[in-house]
Structures are given as C-alpha cells and as structure tokens.
Ligand binder design. Sequence first.
Ligand code: C2E
Ligand code: MG
Ligand code: MG
Ligand code: MG
Length: 282
Amino acid sequence: RAKLDGGGTVRRFDPELFALEEQRRKAEGDILRALDVGEFEVHYQPIVDLDGEHTVGVEALVRWRHPERGLVPPGVFLDMAESLGLLPRLGGWVLEEACRQAVNWQRQFPGFEMNVNLSASQLTNPHLVAEVRAILERTGLDPEHLVLELTESVALTDLVESARVLSELKSLGVRIALDDFGTGFSSLSHLSALPVDVVKIDRSFVQAMPDSGGASVAEAVLHIARTFNLAPVAEGVEDAAQAEWLRELACSRAQGYHFARPMPALGVTELLDRQADRDICA
Ligand code: C2E
Ligand code: MG
Ligand code: MG
Ligand code: MG
C-alpha cells in the first residue's frame, strides 16, 4: 500500500523495514521483561597486581541469564539495548549491584577496587552524575574505590562535553579509566584534555606481544600512558609469556584469562578467601 504524505512524496510499505521495526519492538519487550524479572547478572573479572599476582579489584561485566538461550554475553544484546535507549537503566542497575558487592568485599579487603563500564548514552545522560552520587550514598561505597570505564570512542565523540561530565564525576571522588586504550589512536592529541586516571591497554596489543614487533607496540602504548601520567592496566592477558613481558615493561596491573575469567560474585569471594589463607601461611 502506498500513501501520499504531506510533502507529496510516495511512501511505500517496506517489508524489510517493518521486519526490523518488529524485531526492535520485540527486543525492547524482552529486555524490559528481563530487567523486571531479574534475568541480568553481574559477573566479575579479577584485576591482578602483576608483582604478587594478587587480586586487587574486579571489573563488573553484565550477562543475561536467558530462560531459553542460557548465559548470554553482552556482545549479543548491549548494542541493541543501547540503541533502544535502555542502557541508562540497565547500566544503572549494574552500577548499583557492583557497588553493593564492592562494599561486601571491602569488609574483608579494604581498598578492593570496583571497575564498572559506562556506555555512550550513559555518559550523555544528564542524570548520570546525580545517579552515581545517589548510588554511592545508597550503597555506602567509598568513591575512591570506584573506577568508571569508558572507551576512547565514547569519550571523544564530544570532547568538551565529555571533559565536563568526567570532571563532575571526578569531583564525586571516583576515578576514570579509558577502556580499550590505543584502538582510537587519532585521539592521542586529545588525551590531555580528558581528566582520566587509568588506561586499560587493549588486548590486541597484549596478544601481539610474544613476537618482538608486538612487544614494541605494547611498550609504546605503555610509554604514552606514562607520559600522560596514567596508571596502566593490561587487558586480555592469556598466557604466562605475556604476563612476563608486561612485568618486564613495568606494567603493574593486568587482567585476562591467564589469571581468571569473569565469574559470579561467589567465585570472587572464594578466590579472595583462598588468597587470604595463602597470605596467612606465607
Ligand atoms: P571490556 O570493558 O573491554 O571488557 C573486557 C572484555 O574482555 C570482557 O568481555 C571480558 O570477558 C573479555 N576478556 C577478559 N580477559 C580476556 C582474555 O584474556 N581474552 C579474551 N579474548 N577476552 C578477555 P565481555 O564480558 O563479553 O564484555 C564485552 C564488552 O561489553 C566489554 O568490553 C564492555 O565494553 C561491554 N560491557 C560489558 N558489561 C558492560 C556493562 O555493564 N555496561 C556497559 N556499558 N558495557 C559493558
Ligand atoms: Mg571495560
Ligand atoms: Mg576493555
Ligand atoms: Mg573491550
């Protein structure tokens, strides 16, 4: 069926567009329902101090415990949730859950750090700063031990506005990390404009490391981090050789399957218990 709109152009019924729209509506319903019934879970991946290989903190990573599809990784649903405008809600839930959990672990391990990812729409959400403040108050988490991660591409979309929001977040006392650092290299000259504390070196650099060309790229990225006075965390460390290279390059912190995979909160609690036992025996 075709119909004439006000501008005089003919718009035809487009079955492909219609199918896409249907899909989006269904996804929106699914995600909202999942939020309501509590199907989302936060898993946590340890971040270790490379010297003693102690777990010093974790990164919160969302998963969807789907009744039919099992445990669904964020790569499958986050982009859709973001484009539907649902990330402020889903991300807010993740942040609160993670902060609550961090307070728990800090009873046993003062100084334990929690890293939480922020999406583009969260950063541009005018309520972000107030929400982070409210969550810190509700959970009682010391802001000093919360690190908010955002990717270069997110932070650099609107540099001036990002810098303003990040400064406001920092005035709450939280720290900011640039995620997947090095993948948006054109941004280098802008780096000094952002109030960032930590850089997470993208795993593509870490995984290229066993060969010498790869190692010099990782070294260059680490050098940039130091030049800007940013604390480096290497991502995606998958074997002992990579960990050794990073140690040699004086990178103090790392994260990756070689140390631990993302796991439910209980797994981290057990890991921390074992770590405490070892420390007592040592
Ligand atoms: P990211 O923030 O860079 O998180 C690290 C990702 O690398 C995680 O994937 C983690 O499971 C994976 N990873 C960790 N160690 C290794 C390793 O040694 N090798 C390999 N190949 N991968 C490793 P995950 O959990 O699937 O998350 C993917 C991305 O989804 C995250 O990348 C982050 O950008 C986004 N994300 C996850 N949770 C959230 C969230 O709560 N909010 C927002 N806004 N984004 C999130
Ligand atoms: Mg991250
Ligand atoms: Mg990352
Ligand atoms: Mg990544």
